[in-house]
Design a protein around this ligand. Structure first.
Ligand code: FHN
Length: 484
């Protein structure tokens, strides 16, 4: 079957490319042709089970990138590496042999997963993603299938188990990041050019499967897997294998969540299959960027993973360029929730297991904001009212309350609101002061100004709550529809 598939891939690649150019030019709402796919999306539309509902309602998550790359902190031999710190092995100024010996110095004396989990909880994270193995292949758990793991470092102990336990204890769901790309494995290939490549890659696939099953056996409280490093041509030929493996993993942990970065479809397409349907439980393509509109999300579940500097995931001791402020990160969080997504902020602890002070400060500032405003984040999502320049709407999936999160205070103190049709504004008040009732001023049908008190000093983004109901009658001022 694998052989058949790889031939098929070659024969059909031009057809697929042709179809894609057609799709790209197909105007919205025009029915398009459907390819018959054996390994495309498993479902059309969102998962509706409880576990996925929990995922959807997280709002804020934490990512942790940690591995032996943290020991170099983005430098080698006195020289500064300007790429992402966890990629330093691919830098021609760092000899690969030197990198591959780093694990012999991996002994993070200050690793305290309970402290990390407490800090994440204080920040308001509801889930976290930990790099069990990044592209270098160093496994942070005791793996039976490789010697390149934490048990052969001076630290000698499992990193992942105590971390899962600590985060579970804080009520933060854990997701296991796993890079399929693995520079440490002899069978790993970028592409399969020869029979020898194909034979070697079969070993690599068996190894990958073994490690994944091992992870799920060792840490069964994990809620999902967060895949990476699946863009190689070799992996894109593995639709049959990946589909079987995904089914096997899902059978091990009911409700397991796997995003769109794992499987390729019959034509080697990832994230979205050749018919444009999402593969996996949520879209995983939002890395260091956010969608701008709800249309950009195609109505799918999604999360965005974000670095504090421009592009550093693992520990880099010398952040250069723009470093995001908590204000910017809070805005990204709110924007994500307003577009039905989760926002995941990355942390890169140093080689000793310390969370750097800049990240600790951001976590504290975000946490302080969340303590006051979390109702606008947790269990909230998209509202179809026209976006306004003052900020973002979110709406509670639990009780329908609407939250206006204000980042730009209008100079006249009036927040413009354009509702959907047949909506009545019942009660409007600041989240921090529910007793202060604000009276909306009708401008025209479905459009209001909400006056906000100007003598109050706003030091951070604030939230106005709108309780509303809908009516069948046209009560909003009785304006007639314009006839054109
Ligand atoms: O190459 C990696 C990168 O180092 C980092 O792990 C990010 C996190 O989403 N993922 C990859 C690129 O997509």
């Amino acid at each position: 079957m694998i052989k058949y598939l790889s031939k098929t891939v070659f024969l059909t690649v031009s057809f697929a490319a042709f179809s894609f150019s057609l799709f790209a030019q197909t105007p919205k709402n025009t029915p398009r042709t459907s390819l018959t796919l054996e390994y495309g999306a498993h479902r059309i539309g969102k998962r509706t089970d409880q576990m996925m509902e929990t995922w959807r309602n997280y709002g804020l998550g934490q990512f942790i990138h940690w591995g032996v790359y943290a020991l170099t902190g983005g430098h080698w031999d006195g020289e500064y590496y300007s790429g992402a710190a966890e990629w330093i092995r691919s830098w021609d100024k760092m000899p690969k042999d030197a990198y591959d010996q780093l694990y012999k110095s991996f002994d993070p004396k200050n690793y305290e997963p309970k402290a990390w989990a407490k800090q994440a909880k204080e920040m308001g994270a509801k889930y976290m993603i930990i790099t069990t193995k990044h592209h270098d292949g160093f496994s942070l758990w005791p793996s039976k299938y490789t010697d390149y793991d934490v048990t052969n470092s001076p630290y000698g102990n499992d990193i992942i188990g105590p971390l899962v336990e600590a985060y579970d204890a804080e009520g933060i769901d854990v997701y296991l990041y796993f890079s399929v790309m693995d520079w440490s494995q002899p069978g790993y290939r970028v592409s399969l050019e020869t029979e020898e490549d194909r034979t070697a890659y079969e070993d690599f696939k068996a190894f990958t499967r073994n490690q994944l099953i091992e992870l799920l056996e060792l840490y069964p409280s994990a809620k999902g897997l967060w895949f990476d490093g699946t863009w190689d041509e070799a992996w894109k030929e593995q639709a049959v294998f990946a589909d079987e493996l995904e089914k096997e993993m899902r059978a091990m942990i009911p409700g397991l969540i796997i995003g769109s970065r794992f499987r390729p479809d019959d034509y080697g397409n990832r994230h979205f299959d050749s018919n444009g349907d999402l593969m996996g439980d949520y879209e995983q393509g939002w890395e260091r960027k956010l969608p701008n509109t709800y249309e950009d999300t195609k109505g799918n579940d999604w999360d965005a993973v974000m670095t504090v500097p421009e592009n550093q995931w693992g520990y880099h001791s010398d952040w250069r360029g723009h470093v995001k402020s908590s204000y910017e990160l809070i805005e990204m969080l709110v924007k994500s929730v307003s577009l039905d997504g989760n926002f995941v902020l990355n942390f890169g602890p140093d080689g000793q297991g310390n969370i750097r002070s800049e990240e600790a400060k951001l976590a504290k500032e975000i946490g302080d904001w969340m303590k006051v405003n979390q109702k606008a984040i947790y269990s909230c999502g998209y509202l179809n009212w026209q976006k306004q320049d003052w900020g973002y709407y979110t709406q509670s999936r639990e009780d329908g309350k609407i939250y206006m999160v204000v980042f730009n205070q209008p100079l006249d103190g009036k927040l413009r609101v354009k509702t959907a049709d047949k909506v009545i504004l019942d009660k409007v008040y600041p989240l921090e002061n529910p007793g202060m009732i604000l009276t909306p001023e009708l401008i025209q049908k479905n459009e209001y100004f909400i006056p906000v008190i100007m003598d109050q000093k706003w030091t951070s983004p604030y939230v106005i709550v709108v309780e509303s109901s809908s009516t069948d009658e046209d009560k909003n001022g009785g304006f007639q529809k314009a006839k054109t």
